[in-house]
Design a protein around this ligand. Structure first.
Ligand SMILES: Nc1ncnc2c1ncn2[C@@H]1O[C@H](COP(=O)(O)OP(=O)(O)OP(=O)(O)O)[C@@H](O)[C@H]1O
Length: 405
């Protein structure tokens, strides 16, 4: 959903390096002891009584991106994100926000961080039952000491922004689950934080409302370009929302990349098994499939597609035209895609190998045996519903010969 482009060149919002969170007795000795860090989770537990919920994790959250933390239950997502604002105290490592050391912040500074700079939207919205929607949304501003008239005005603006206009005077009990979640979202937005942190905010919602809320987040992000960190255990949600995804397993980040990188070049068998059911043509872009134009004529004819058009969109364009398509980047032809190359992306085969610009060759997707101590019978992602195919962008209009898809 990269309509608001994250700016890789600019300083990151969050910068995390070598982060550990260990629960249990004498937790501090674990990150410092190579003999203990080498143990797998079950061995570590039996030897020390400790759980390493986050193990040596490093990443940056770039300004303006939606950074998704994904993984199965117990992989460490919530612990990691709570460490960012020290709702959970890290055991080792560094965390900076805009270059400022979070671990060195005193209580007042931390309070300001949580109130003004990095607001959390929780799964259980934590709404105050006796207050109206408007007063719930204004609550964060009240804590900040904003005067009544101003906070009500600002709250009313945010209530409208999340689609709750007309419900300002209702109480939480008079709302549906999805509407309550919107109130929680509005409350976080009202304080105008630099970063929104979402902790599985939609997992309690039914599939259609969940989808609505995902659209809402995409819309807000598109309109405001606000940096977001979003926890989910749902792969489809991660692919829909994430500019980049950190995939966690047993406290480690096993892969960090764009949805296309994760689906197209899984880092290991675990990730490969995780993404094996993803409709590749909806995630992979034509960049994966394109080749140089063979001739000036080929570069000058055929339907046009954007480099970031999905393979699925390009297949439609190629099928309609009955010829290969040109990949146009700001009016310049940067390559050509034909039906064979597009279909080989769908089939997960790399025509001509990586040298031809295709995805890295991959072994046949297969199930990976979960380690004995793992809670899940298989690393296939938990799904609550037959989820719709992941799309990273709005459905685009049918291509014409002139307009890139
Ligand atoms: N306070 C705690 N004390 C001991 N262990 C904990 C504590 N909190 C979390 N853990 C353990 O740390 C690991 C990571 O938990 P965490 O809640 O971060 O995972 P998660 O990926 O967010 O899971 P879920 O999707 O179920 O919320 C788990 O093994 C969990 O049991």
């Amino acid at each position: 959903m990269s309509t608001v482009t994250a700016t890789p060149g600019s300083a990151p919002v969050f910068s995390v390096d070598g982060l550990w969170k260990v629960f249990g007795p004498k937790a501090h000795r674990v990150p410092a002891d190579p003999g203990l860090t080498a143990l797998d989770p079950a061995e570590l537990r039996s030897r020390t009584g400790c759980t390493a919920a986050v193990r040596d994790v490093s990443f940056d959250v770039r300004r303006g991106e939606v950074f998704v933390v994904m993984g199965l239950s117990g992989s460490g997502k919530s612990t990691l994100v709570r460490c960012l604002t020290r709702l959970i105290e890290p055991t080792a490592g560094t965390i900076a926000i805009d270059g400022e050391d979070v671990r060195a912040m005193d209580k007042a500074r931390l309070r300001a961080l949580r109130r003004h700079r990095a607001a959390m939207v929780f799964q259980h919205f934590g709404l105050l039952p006796h207050r109206t929607v408007l007063d719930n949304v204004a609550y964060g501003l009240e804590i900040q000491g904003v005067g009544r008239a101003e906070r009500r005005e600002r709250a009313a603006g945010v209530v409208a922004k999340v689609g709750l206009e007309g419900m300002e005077q209702r109480r939480p009990a008079q709302l549906s689950g999805g509407q309550r979640q919107r109130v929680g979202l509005a409350r976080a937005l009202a304080v105008d934080p630099e970063v929104l942190l979402f902790d599985e905010p939609f997992s309690a919602l039914d599939p259609l409302i969940r989808r609505d809320m995902q659209e809402e987040v995409i819309r807000l992000h598109r309109e405001e370009g606000r940096t977001m960190v979003f926890i989910t255990h749902d792969l489809q949600e991660a692919l829909r929302l994430g500019d980049r995804i950190a995939l966690m397993r047993d406290g480690r980040v096993v892969q960090l990349g764009t949805p296309e990188e994760i689906v197209g070049s899984p880092a290991d068998d675990y990730v490969r098994a995780f993404v094996r059911d993803v409709p590749r043509e909806q995630v992979m872009t034509v960049r994966t499939a394109m080749r140089p134009a063979a001739s000036a004529e080929e570069a000058g004819t055929g339907p046009a597609v954007r480099p970031d058009a999905t393979v699925s969109e390009a297949i439609e364009a190629v099928a309609r035209a009955g010829t290969s398509a040109r990949v146009l980047d700001e009016g310049r032809c940067v390559g050509v895609v034909d039906s064979d190359a597009l279909l080989s992306v769908v089939a997960d085969a790399a025509p001509g190998g990586p040298a031809a610009g295709g995805p890295a060759p991959r072994t046949e997707p297969r199930a990976v045996d979960a380690p004995a101590e793992h809670r899940e019978p298989s690393p296939a992602p938990a799904r609550e519903e037959p989820t719709p195919a992941p799309t990273r962008e709005e459905p685009t209009p049918a291509p014409t010969r002139e307009e890139p898809v």
